[in-house]
Design a protein around this ligand. Structure first.
Ligand code: UDP
Ligand code: MN
Length: 353
């Protein structure tokens, strides 16, 4: 073999190796993106505290609209001026008139999303179930896959509601209690367990709702977000010093005076499974830590939820349209009441007062 040939072969081999190397890098780069795009990205909590792995469903971050849908031109200079529609951390605050329901539904419908809803009816609270379930059929994510989980100690009293195709109900038996505070507080633990054992990798979103309420108007895709909180109808015009946060230092739900964004409802919250799992896990752990010290936060899990949301900002905030109270006259900025707590006689329905 001549010296020239030798040089040529050496150079060719070097070029081939370089090309192979480049192809390798390119392949792993493309594969990683392809895999993340198709299968979602695996996330493990940094603290390793949780037993579950979730798959981030990337579709939520990618909004595809139909080319054929015609809708009103959006404006950036005209819109609602009587209410604030964005938080200081730039999460939307959902009010009637700030979104186009047809456009939103047309984006989410092809994604085939599924929504779990939890509702607790322990003791005499089963009497609220019928109205809750029937009105949910009329207004809650109509046309979408919905799975309602009813937690109750009286499964026989769960009313059979005719549900549309793609919607179903599961009854989860739970023990009764002679303290309403315990029933209310235990919800977080049961929600956490439900997500771990039944929902992960089957559902996309979850909403946790009070049973003593009825739907009166649309609650749909506009409410979707990673972590979703509802502003309490009782305090939304008040200074934060008046919010009924837990004010004792010893409690893990403590919020210092001069702190707080909004006062959120314990009766409605939701979001992506992994976000709600983290919330439920944290609130339950904190609730238990308090219990060990003999402390029960002022408004049980609502206090813990408010502490959580102060630190972990909700990515979407729902206006009080999403949880009004029947006894409150409607304020002018509330153009529609979508979900509202019914008037109830606590002495009649709670196991203790
Ligand atoms: N709850 C229940 N049985 C009880 C007390 C409470 O099932 O004896 C559940 C029920 O889902 C209820 C929620 O806990 O909607 C919160 O309690 P409640 O609605 O009485 O609190 P409020 O909305 O009046 O603050
Ligand atoms: Mn309630």
């Amino acid at each position: 073999m001549s010296f020239k040939m030798h040089l040529l072969t050496g150079r060719t081999v070097a070029v081939i190796l370089l090309v192979l190397l480049l192809l390798g890098v390119l392949y792993s780069y493309i594969w990683r993106h392809y895999r993340d795009g198709i299968f979602g990205q695996e996330v493990r909590p940094a603290d390793g505290s949780s037993r579950v792995d979730f798959t981030i469903v990337n579709h939520w971050f990618h909004l595809v609209a139909s080319d054929y849908l015609e809708y009103q031109q959006p404006s950036i200079v005209q819109g609602r001026t009587d209410v604030v529609t964005v938080t200081p951390w730039l999460a939307p605050i959902v009010w009637e008139g700030t979104y186009n329901p047809q456009l939103l539904d047309s984006i989410y419908r092809p994604q085939n999303i599924s929504i779990a809803a939890t509702v607790f009816a322990v003791g005499k609270y089963t009497k609220f179930l019928r109205d809750f379930l029937e009105t949910a059929e009329q207004h809650f994510f109509v046309g979408f896959k919905v799975h309602v989980y009813v937690f109750t100690d009286r499964p026989k009293e769960v009313h059979q509601v005719k549900m549309a195709a793609g919607r179903q109900l599961t009854v989860v038996p739970v023990p009764g209690s002679n303290r309403w505070q315990e029933i209310s507080a235990r919800r977080m633990e049961l929600i956490q367990t439900l997500i771990e054992e039944k929902l992960q990798n089957h559902m996309d979103y979850i909403f946790c709702l009070d049973v003593d309420s009825k739907f009166h108007g649309r609650w749909g895709t506009e409410s979707l977000g990673a972590l979703v909180a509802v502003i309490h109808p009782g305090y939304y015009k008040d200074d934060r010093s008046k919010f009924p946060y837990e004010r004792r230092h010893e409690s893990t739900a403590y919020v210092a005076p001069g702190k707080g964004d909004f006062y959120y409802c314990g009766g409605a919250f939701g979001g992506l499974l992994q976000e709600v799992h983290r919330l439920a896990n944290t609130c339950r752990t904190n609730f238990e830590a308090d219990a060990k010290k003999g402390i029960e936060a002022a408004w049980q899990e609502e206090s813990h939820l408010n502490r959580y949301m102060l630190i972990n900002k909700p990515t979407k905030v729902l206006s009080p349209e999403y949880l009004w109270q029947d006894f409150k006259p409607r304020n002018p900025e509330v153009r529609i009441i979508r979900f509202s707590g019914v008037i109830k006689n606590y002495a009649d329905i709670r196991p203790n007062v």
